[in-house]
Design a protein around this ligand. Structure first.
Ligand code: SF4
Length: 439
């Protein structure tokens, strides 16, 4: 066995799967390659969610081939699943591995690749099992992701993900608990529970479970000190989930909600099963119970048929709501999805201008949210690496504020109570570490 590198694009679920692949390769005798040295094996874990992610994936594959001339090159992830043909055209690729087989990576890369890339990909049907990776703790992260749900049944009209990842399926409750216990025992303080459609967690299990049920189990056993939930669709962000978060010191007061549009007509065209009023209600439900909670919002800009009036509905909704930050994405047609053939495309220049306007609004929201925390004391998890520019310790609060502070290395990977001291123009937040947190 030789050395390996993994290049990861895309979401938290991909990061989890790359961690899992790294652990599987290590267990099979491969060693991580030093950063500047070429590797004997390069795995590119791709994303297909936008045209730009797909392009970055092709670029990453070409760069991996160029920088690691003697390496075996394996391409996996969503882009490998939906566009294997485009990857086959890149000379130098040895293996293209779809989602259904990526857990067999160590076995597949041992094969003789032959002259053409070997493509191992199949359609993911209803009976596809949940693919779990961790067999031990990922030491690379202070806050590891744990994928507890994969796939999606929703088929929003713009989205390629259900085509790439197949139907919704969940990790069994006991398996989630086992993973959390092993992560906690290995010293991981915070775990991010991730999924593609996290709000559907447990619906496919027998007996059926739910995110609320899982939260109850976690709260009863407390296998780790802190748990963060990744994004949850508005209709699935139940009063129970919000209440359980508010009543607990275990679940982070941080919600990420995909809005996509604040215009009801566009939401309908997107195939999203809620309207702006539902979204608004969810935000106020959180804010009324948790005044300091972080509320992040995804917005998709320039969907076909998005008129100026429709865009202004999105702007107005967000402007008037107490949300904390925005993730803004321009619409890009994904081949094979209904929206790729919709009429009334929005001109690229207009999409760009609308994205810029929303991002500016997002910056204002973020600044206001951060400044509101000045003077308060937050429980911060100090990360393993110092901030490169300032040399200060950096940490993350439960309400998702990145905080810089003076302090000794002993604080790394521990919770510290930090008083928020100053928020600078560039939105960097400085705090004073008071003492290790008692929790
Ligand atoms: S809920 Fe919609 S946007 Fe989210 S993964 Fe499923 S299809 Fe895509």
């Amino acid at each position: 066995m030789g050395t390996f590198k993994i290049i990861t694009l895309g979401c938290k679920v991909n990061q989890y799967e790359s961690d899992g692949l790294a652990m599987a390769l290590s267990a099979a005798g491969w060693r991580p390659a030093p950063a500047a040295a070429p590797a004997d094996l390069c795995v590119v874990n791709t994303c297909a969610v936008t045209a730009s992610a797909a392009m970055q994936g092709r670029g990453a594959v070409r760069r991996a081939i160029r920088e690691n001339p003697d390496a075996r090159i394996a391409v996996t992830g969503c882009y490998a699943q939906v566009a294997a043909e485009a990857i086959q055209e890149i000379a130098g690729v040895d293996f293209i591995i779809g989602h259904g087989d990526k857990h067999r990576l160590t076995e597949i890369i041992g094969r003789d690749p032959g002259p053409a890339p070997q493509t191992i990909r199949r359609r993911l049907g209803r009976s596809e099992p949940f693919a779990s990776f961790f067999t031990g703790p990922p030491f690379s992260r202070t806050r590891p992701n744990l994928k507890i749900q994969d796939g999606c049944n929703a088929f929003c009209t713009y989205c390629i993900v259900p085509h790439a990842r197949g139907p919704s399926r969940s990790m069994a409750v006991e398996t989630v608990m086992d993973h959390l216990k092993s992560l906690g025992a290995a010293g991981c303080r915070e775990v991010v529970l991730s999924g593609i459609h996290l709000g559907c967690y447990g619906q496919d299990l027998s007996p059926a479970a739910s995110l609320e049920f899982l939260m109850e189990r976690i709260a009863a056993e407390r296998p780790v000190s802190r748990v963060r939930l990744s994004s949850i669709e508005p209709p699935e962000l139940t009063d129970g989930i919000i209440r359980k978060t508010a009543d607990s010191d275990l679940f982070c007061r941080h919600f990420h909600i995909p809005l996509q549009s604040g215009d009801d007509g566009i939401l309908k065209r997107m195939g999203r099963p809620y309207d702006a009023a539902v979204f608004q209600d969810r935000v106020f439900c959180i804010r009324n119970r948790m005044p300091a909670a972080a509320i992040g919002v995804d917005v998709l800009v320039g969907f076909p048929g998005e008129t100026d009036a429709a865009f202004q509905n999105t702007m107005a909704l967000i402007r008037d709501l107490p949300v904390s930050y925005l993730h803004v994405f321009p619409f890009s047609p994904r081949p094979g999805t209904p929206a790729a053939t919709f009429s009334d495309p929005v001109p690229p220049q207009l999409v760009k201008a609308r994205c810029a306007a929303l991002r500016e609004l997002g910056e204002q929201k973020k600044g206001a949210f951060f400044r509101k925390q000045t003077g308060s004391t937050l429980r911060v998890l100090v990360e393993g690496r110092r901030d490169r520019a300032t040399g200060l310790l950096k940490g993350i609060s439960e309400n998702y504020i990145p905080i810089l502070m003076e302090g000794s290395d002993e604080h790394k990977n521990f919770f510290v109570d930090v008083k928020i001291d100053k928020v600078f123009e560039d939105h960097s937040v400085h705090g004073v570490a008071l003492h290790p947190s008692s929790i």
